[in-house]
Design a protein around this ligand. Structure first.
Ligand code: 13P
Length: 251
């Protein structure tokens, strides 16, 4: 019987000025301290401006901090980018790579994402590799080949259940209030699981998160599915109470 500890991750995206962001991070750390033992790991991914201070206000708590992206290279002439080593250096433990907003806004391919994941691993970070089909791809019946293809190319050969988390986020469910149905989520997660098991010795141990309009009212049902090992939450991670209720859904 495999034991996968759930991971509840908040992606703040390009939100939160300093006061609000630090209040949110420290509010979560306080809740976690008050509760004691949690039924899941907790991660928040603030914008780059707040990463260092967010590490500071969550230090010693159950809340881990992650970046929202990293460059494939460890240093060099890449204006505006952050190296995985820089994230590790300030105390971040995770980094999101391949979010659909990065794929769309910055033209990142699965090959680019594999290089970023490799650099995250080299820096000692856990890479949260995001995959997901567009609405058009779903309507064409191409969901499983698209997602399986993204998983195949985006995950480096050295990925393990310890250094890599997969996040399935259907693009049409992000920020739309439209969540994939439990049947849709279960189908894709089980296809991703099969692919991980076929390729990696510890494929049954990888955590596969669902993301896309996760909120307190639907979290428990989604987290109850067999191959859903946590959630990647956008909008509902911006309020302590909402995010906390999702964390509590793991208990
Ligand atoms: P929402 O929860 O706002 O739909 O965002 C999901 C997401 O993109 C998390 O990375």
């Amino acid at each position: 019987m495999t034991q996968r500890r759930p991971l509840i991750a908040g992606n703040w995206k390009m939100n939160c000025l300093r006061a609000d962001g630090l209040a949110l991070a420290s509010g979560l750390a306080a809740k976690a301290a008050e509760k004691g033992s949690l039924g899941c790991d907790v991660l928040v991914c603030p914008p780059a401006t707040l990463l260092s201070e967010a590490v500071g206000v969550t230090k010693g708590s159950a809340v881990s901090i992650g970046g929202q992206d990293c460059h494939a290279a460890m240093s060099g002439a890449h204006t505006g980018d952050l190296a995985a080593t820089m994230l590790a250096d300030i105390g971040a433990e995770y980094v999101l790579v391949g979010h659909s907003e990065r794929r769309a806004d910055h033209g990142e391919s699965s090959t680019d994402i594999r290089k970023k994941a490799l650099s995250a691993h080299d820096a000692g970070l856990v890479a949260v590799v995001c995959v997901g089909e567009t609405e058009e791809e779903r309507d064409l019946g191409a969901t499983l080949p698209v997602v399986n293809g993204q998983v195949a190319v985006s995950l480096p050969d050295g990925a393990t259940a310890k250094n890599t988390v997969v996040a399935y986020e259907p693009v049409w469910a992000i920020g739309t209030g439209r969540t994939a149905s439990v049947e849709e989520v279960a189908e894709v997660h089980s296809a991703i699981r099969a692919e991980l098991v076929a390729r990696f010795d510890d494929g049954d141990q990888f955590r596969i998160l669902y993301g896309g309009s996760v909120k307190p009212s639907n979290a428990a049902e989604l987290l109850g599915l067999a191959d859903v090992d946590g959630a990647l939450v956008g909008g509902a991670s911006l309020k302590v109470e909402d995010f906390w209720q999702i964390i509590e859904s793991c208990a």
